[in-house]
Design a protein around this ligand. Structure first.
Ligand code: AP5
Length: 222
């Protein structure tokens, strides 16, 4: 285990599997999961001022204005549990301005993971996705059906998971992702996300393990 807590960024197109992998990473490494999509959806469902503003953008598959999202992330990153357990940033930064905001605060990850999945699979994954509002677990009608009837009846569909909205989210991702990568080129790890969930996780795990080992060795050498 690294002496300093791990700091991880995970990126990828809509439905590339970020949320699914984050659940597994959190379980193993105990990092604080900060998902801007989840934070924004919580604001929307509580009907806050931020939520009302964000909903319009989210429903159109567009990025919510940088300042709104950055304020949310920076405030979460400053909490004591994050300092103690480390962080896993999911879906942020998504624009050059967002990346620069973190850079200006000297907030950098140990690794920047990008999940790569072909477009056709992404659309099918989004349209078939279902969420359990009780546990937060992510399902898919075909790939990962719920374990029992009780769970099945309470599953919900995200309002931005329609065919048309997914297409526009994908377009937005393509327009913005390139702008973020140069900031993290030295930490970049592209992973083939078009494989079984466990296989993708194994690769992530081995990358994180390497960081932990290197950190321990550095400490011993001092
Ligand atoms: P956000 O919630 O981040 O949405 P997203 O990026 O479109 O990503 P998703 O949550 O759709 O997918 P995921 O990669 O987590 O996939 P999952 O694991 O669920 O953002 C929503 C909106 O908020 C944005 O459009 C924007 O408006 C706004 N926003 C968020 N961050 C912002 C920011 N920084 N700046 C500005 N605006 C921001 O998996 C998907 C499905 O695939 C599931 O059904 C799952 O079971 C299945 N699946 C997962 N892995 C596999 C696998 N290996 N094989 C087969 N199926 C799989």
């Amino acid at each position: 285990r690294a002496e300093a807590p791990l700091k991880v960024m995970i990126s990828g197109a809509p439905a590339s599997g970020k949320g699914t992998q984050c659940r597994m990473i959190v379980e193993k490494y105990g990092l604080v999961h900060i998902s801007t999509g989840d934070l924004l959806r919580a604001e929307v469902s509580s009907g806050t001022k931020i939520g009302k503003k964000a909903k319009e953008y989210m429903d159109n598959g567009m990025l919510v204005p940088d300042q709104v999202v950055t304020d949310m992330v920076v405030s979460r990153l400053s909490q004591p549990d994050v300092q103690e357990r480390g962080w896993l940033l999911d879906g942020y930064p998504r624009s050059y301005a967002q990346a620069q905001s973190l850079e200006s605060m000297k907030i950098r990850p140990d690794i920047f993971i990008v999940l790569e999945v072909p477009d056709d699979n992404l659309i099918d994954r989004c349209v078939g996705r279902r969420l359990d509002p009780v546990t937060g677990k992510i399902y898919h009608v075909k790939n990962f059906p719920p374990e029992n009837e009780e769970i099945s009846t309470r599953l919900i569909t995200r309002s931005d998971d329609t065919f048309e909205k997914v297409k526009s989210r994908l377009e937005t991702y393509k327009q913005n992702s390139e702008a973020v990568l140069p900031t993290y080129s030295d930490l970049l790890n592209q992973i083939d996300g078009n494989r079984p969930v466990e296989v993708v996780f194994q690769e992530i795990e081995s990358l994180l393990q390497k960081i932990c080992t290197n950190a321990s060795e550095d400490k011993l050498a001092k």
